[in-house]
Every structure is written in C-alpha cells, then in structure tokens.
Design a protein around this ligand. Structure first.
Ligand code: NI
Length: 215
C-alpha cells in the first residue's frame, strides 16, 4: 500500500468514527431529554420531584406554609412584582384560565388556589404583594419571605432565579424560570404549564384534572 492510499484510508476511518460519535451523541441527547421531561403540548412532566415543605408569609403578613395548601389544587408561579413583562403576562394567563373554569363550574374552580411566590423578597413586601396579586385574580395568594426561605422553596420547585445588574437608580431585573406548577391536593406536582400557554387550554386541563376525568 502506498503512502497516499494509507493517508486516505486513515481519513476515511476518522470520518467514519466521527459519524459514529455524532450519531451516538444524538441518540444519547434524545434519551437524556426524554428521561428528564415528558413534553406534551403545553405541559411538561419532569422526572424529578417538584414541590415540598415551605414556610413563607402571605400578602397580609401572615405565616403561610405548604400545609395551607393541603387538600386544594394550586397553580403556583414564581416571579417578582417589578417584572415588566413575563410575570404580568403569565399571571394574567393563570387568572383568565381560572376565570374560565369559574364560569363553567364554580365548584371546581373553588378547589383551585392561584399562588404567586416572589423571587425578589427585598422589594416584594407584604404591602407590595397586596397591591399586586388582586390585579390577576381576586383569590390569588402572594407569598414572600426571607432570602433563605425563598431560596429553599425555589430549590424544591427547581426554580432558577438570579438578580440582574443594578442600575444607577437602584432598579434591577430578576432572571427567573417561568413555569406554572399545577399541584395536587397532596402537594405533589400534577403537571407544569409552559410560559404563554393558552388560557383556554390551561382551563381545560384544570377542569379535567379537578373533575377527575384525568389524573
Ligand atoms: Ni418575571
């Protein structure tokens, strides 16, 4: 075999190996993605446990824990009241979805509590929350706490949040994940709604689950 043939054979072998590596990577990626989350339409079903015990305070300054949600369905959203766009949009979706359920069957809607948990406890005091949450739903509960309490509950719900750069006037944005967690009466996750889910789709899913037609 001459030198040239050897080189081209090596090149061909390397190309073959690279192709196998890429194929393996794609297969691995698919498996990994599917094992982490089952995505169906607007909802995401993670394989990790979501939720857990927490102690926070509500918009009236009263202590509020996970026990206060026992026996009820909850739509839990993490964000901050100073959020210019994502949070108000998402909370409005939660509010209209719940209104839609309420219009069709008030007794089903009464079993569902909308909950907003702040990831910006420095600015989101009880008073701030009290002025904010009724804009989205009259029964919405606004929760905040100490930095440690918020860190704990965010960790339990696998919520990512981080404080952005502080402007000269002291204002800042918070970066945060924006799923709506649909929790069952036992405190376990039923499903997660993706950001910008259509309110009617969310309402239908809530109605099916709470009426016992599904889940
Ligand atoms: Ni936000």
């Amino acid at each position: 075999m001459n030198r040239r043939a050897t080189v081209s054979m090596i090149v061909a072998m390397l190309a073959g190996l690279a192709a196998i590596a890429v194929a393996a990577l794609i297969v691995w990626y698919r498996i990994d993605t599917s094992s982490q989350a089952k995505i169906a339409g607007n909802t995401v079903q993670p394989s990790v446990k979501i939720g857990g015990p927490f102690t926070l305070h509500d918009q009236d300054g009263k202590t509020f824990t996970d026990a206060d949600l026992k026996g009820k369905y909850a739509l839990v959203y993490f964000g901050y009241t100073f959020c210019p766009d994502v949070c108000p949009t998402e909370l409005a979706i939660v509010g209209s979805a719940l209104n839609e359920v309420e219009e069709k069957s008030p007794e089903l809607a009464a079993k569902v509590v909308p909950v907003f948990i702040s990831v910006d406890p420095d600015r989101d005091t009880s008073d701030v929350l009290k002025a904010y949450v009724p804009n989205f739903h009259p029964r919405m509960i606004g929760l905040s706490g100490t930095a440690d309490q918020i860190a704990k509950v965010a960790k339990e719900y696998r919520v990512y949040y981080a404080k952005g750069k502080v402007a000269p006037d002291g204002s800042y944005l918070m970066d945060h994940s924006s799923f709506v967690y649909f929790m069952g009466p036992d405190g376990a996750l039923i499903t997660m709604f993706r950001h910008n889910t259509d309110p009617s789709d969310m309402a239908n899913e809530i109605e099916q689950v709470v009426s016992g037609k599904n889940g």
